[in-house]
Design a protein around this ligand. Structure first.
Ligand SMILES: Nc1nc2c(c(=O)[nH]1)N[C@H]1C(S)=C(S)[C@@H](COP(=O)(O)O)O[C@H]1N2
Ligand SMILES: [Mo]
Length: 413
């Protein structure tokens, strides 16, 4: 008997078979659909169609931006939820994905490479499917682990990769759904798979070392373990301590009113302490009606408002609601222009780096909870949380909450 990977006899695990593969496939169908939708939502949440070149990391997206819409400002935890689900679910699905790929690996080596044109096309789409899913999971996990090893930016890689993968995924689901439904009819009682040539069932299986149920428990248990060690990244306080697999980008959050996660520290992005000093700092606000310069004392004389809002990063971590206090963006807009809500370009003191400026849409500027915050949890902002002033907007990704703000330009972007 020839024992090379292209011969069916090479693959001897009695676990492989249509039922096992179909069950994992159905879990991935549901999970990956949620990943795709929450991923597209995350892209929309960046306001990529506002002020081209400011927020958008994929300016050549063309038709792929067909669905973009004005990201709402409520509920205020919206992005915390969608992105928390995206990242935590993605991590949780890793064992299911690996088991699924393991279950179909004999097909990768099957010969002849193509029996017909249709078969050739199917195998080509499988290449995009498997390549695409591995690419998306690897880039996603590396990014949330803060291992920025990619050539260029993560965003275009993960965005275009998602579309290539999803097209292949859709074709695969349409081709395989009828068989999967047939295979799963006897879901409660794993049936003996037909040993006919399904390409999965081992024709000469080795004795089992684990039951199918046991194998599924192993996969489910691994997923559960990843979930409970990841989900805490969406909270602060004691729950945060359970997220043992989550890297802490900046310094440890520490204790006290400002003890919530810091993404980039002032030192890391080279904020000049003299420029950000509350004594010398000033804000330039420009609108259709002219330009106003305000120092910190001037800002504190304007009406102060509070809002309880989280920071929710694209990398899947978020904080609980913090109490921010400062000046409403719409009040600042009114200082320099007509009253109707307009967009704003926010620029920080930071000289270099992708997140030194951000564009906010009129609906975000107009929300009474959108602040240029001076205080958080009863204290003036610490240097690393954006002293002396930062943006905080409900439901928006953390990246739009610009720290160390220097200039606001209101107008149609
Ligand atoms: N100027 C500036 N603002 C910034 C950033 C930055 O790198 N530079 N990072 C953004 C990102 S990606 C996030 S998630 C939040 C994090 O805010 P925090 O460090 O106070 O938690 O700040 C945002 N504001
Ligand atoms: Mo972020």
């Amino acid at each position: 008997m020839v024992r090379i990977p292209s011969s069916p006899e090479f693959w001897r695990s009695p676990l492989r078979g249509p039922w096992f593969t179909s069950l994992l496939g159905v879990v991935l169908l549901a999970g990956i659909t949620v990943l795709f939708v929450t991923g597209l939502l995350s892209y929309a949440a960046y306001n990529p169609d506002l002020s081209p070149g400011v927020n958008d990391k994929t300016p050549d997206k063309g038709l792929l931006g067909f669905y973009l819409f004005a990201w709402p400002t409520g509920p205020h935890w919206l992005y915390r939820l969608t992105q928390g689900v995206h990242v935590t679910l993605g991590i949780t699905l890793v064992p299911v994905l690996l088991a699924k790929l393991w279950s179909v690996v004999p097909k990768l080596f099957a010969l002849p490479p193509a029996r017909s044109l249709a078969h050739a096309l199917e195998r080509l789409s499988l290449l995009l499917l498997v390549g695409g899913v591995l690419f998306e999971f690897v880039t996603g996990v590396l990014n949330v682990q803060l291992d920025y090893v990619f050539p260029g930016s993560f965003y275009p890689l993960h965005f275009y990769g998602a579309w290539v993968f999803f097209a292949a995924f859709l074709a695969h689901v349409l081709l395989k759904a009828p068989a999967a439904v047939r295979n799963l009819r006897g879901l409660r009682r794993p049936p003996q798979d037909d040993v006919e040539a399904d390409g999965l069932t081992a024709p000469s299986p080795a004795p089992p070392t684990v039951s199918r149920r046991g194998a599924l428990r192993l996969v489910g248990g691994s997923s559960a373990a990843l979930f409970v060690t990841s989900a805490g990244r969406s909270f602060d306080g004691p729950l945060r301590q359970t997220a043992v697999l989550t890297p802490h980008g900046g310094p440890e959050p520490g204790e006290g009113p400002q003890g919530f996660q810091i993404n980039k520290t002032a030192a890391y992005v080279s904020i000049d302490p003299r420029e950000s000093s509350p004594d010398t700092w000033h804000l330039t606000v420009t609108g259709r009606g002219g330009t106003v310069r305000l120092d910190l004392a001037g800002l504190r004389q304007l009406p102060q408002h509070s809002a309880a809002l989280p920071i929710a990063c694209v990398e899947g971590w978020s904080t609980s609601d913090q109490w921010w206090r400062g000046v409403r963006l719409r009040d600042l807009a009114a200082l320099v222009g007509p009253d109707e809500p307009v967009d704003v370009l926010v620029e920080s003191l930071q000289r270099r780096g992708a997140f030194r400026r951000a564009a906010l849409r009129a609906n975000q500027v107009g929300d009474p909870r959108s602040l240029l915050a001076l205080d958080v949890n009863g204290e003036p902002l610490s240097a690393d949380h954006g002293r002396p002033a930062r943006i905080i907007v409900p439901a928006a990704p953390g990246v739009l909450n610009t720290k160390w703000v220097a200039r606001l330009t209101f107008g149609d972007l």
